[in-house]
Design a binder for this molecule. Structure first.
Ligand code: SF4
Ligand code: SF4
Length: 315
């Protein structure tokens, strides 16, 4: 496994970051022991970086998965808090529930632009206080927007940016793949540490996984990529691909046989774009939200590409 330093933070992270949303209650909802076992498998394979968020509700999985070696694991979390008090509660919750003395990277969750960052400044000040106390080592934002990356690059207080990037631009809210690559390159030149998310487009690019990961790994300026994993075979497959090794046939088979399904997030606004895009007639709007009929869905991922709010994932 290759390791890189995140900008000027001095924090060394593996190129493969364990995206932990997938094991927790919002997606696979695995029993904690099972999710923790998958995390440990990744750590045993050389992954030293885990990405989570308060929203994911999975701190318990991380506590158990990193038990006895949390000092060697880099943990990133995020909060939607916009007040000082709210962010203080978020940091305390993360420390308490993960059992750690510090969180390596704490981000404002999903910032869109300079205005939303300004609107969260009280929370940023709280993060900076935590950094001084040593309970947080680096601060920044996660974002699905080109404008968010550009705005964060111009903020001297930010150390880390976690942008969305994939070869089809699925989920980028305000621009093309090239726009996002240029924004990432600019932020890197400004000394920010960057690690990408959604390299597989929320599952929509799983059928071209190798190509999609190779693309994201080739984006200059990204130290690491957070990739969601929810089975031991997915860990083995991703570790092999990140190390440039062939995937063992039995691992390939197990990953391809995984029973996947379409997952639609609660924040769906019911705009109907996904239903228009689906040629199988698998999506309809029920009570103002998208609903997928599993018997009709071919898991092609086209609807996920049509959703600007990244509500649709194949898990
Ligand atoms: S495109 Fe997204 S927000 Fe619109 S209805 Fe579909 S899932 Fe919901
Ligand atoms: S994954 Fe493909 S078949 Fe399934 S609902 Fe989306 S567009 Fe339709």
């Amino acid at each position: 496994m290759e390791y890189r330093t995140l900008g000027r933070t001095g924090i060394r992270v593996s190129r493969l970051c364990f995206g932990s949303l997938t094991v927790g209650p919002l997606q696979a909802n695995l029993p904690v022991k099972e999710g923790a076992k998958i995390i440990r498998r990744a750590l045993d394979a050389g992954v030293n970086f885990i990405d989570t968020a308060e929203l994911y509700g999975n701190y318990e999985y991380i506590r158990e998965g990193t038990a006895g070696r949390s000092g060697s694991v880099v943990l990133a979390s995020k909060s939607y808090a916009y007040t000082g008090e709210g962010m203080r509660c978020s940091i305390e919750k993360a420390l308490r529930e993960t059992g750690r003395d510090y969180i390596d990277i704490f981000l404002l969750h999903e910032q869109e632009n300079e205005l939303t960052i300004r609107g969260h400044w009280e929370a940023v000040e709280e993060l900076l206080k935590a950094k001084q106390k040593g309970t947080v080592r680096a601060v920044g934002i996660s974002t699905h927007s080109v404008r968010g990356v550009r705005a964060a690059a111009a903020v001297p207080e930010f150390d880390v940016i976690h942008p969305l990037i994939n070869m089809k631009g699925i989920g980028i809210r305000d621009g093309s793949v090239e726009d996002m690559k240029a924004a990432i390159a600019g932020a890197f030149r400004a000394g920010k540490g960057l690690y990408g998310m959604k390299a597989l487009g929320g599952g929509a690019l799983i059928s071209v996984k190798e190509k999609a990961l190779a693309f994201a790994l080739s984006v200059p300026g990204l130290a690491s990529l957070a990739v969601g994993m929810q089975s031991p075979e997915e860990v083995d497959c991703n570790v092999a691909l990140f190390e440039g090794r062939p995937v063992a046939p039995e691992v390939e088979l197990a990953v391809s046989r995984k029973d996947r399904r379409l997952h639609i997030e609660d924040w769906c606004s019911g705009c109907g774009r996904c239903a228009e895009r689906c040629s199988q007639g698998a999506i309809s709007l029920v009570a103002g939200k998208a609903f997928a009929d599993r018997s009709l869905c071919r898991l092609c991922g086209y609807c996920a590409a049509a959703c600007r709010d990244m509500c649709i994932k194949i898990i």
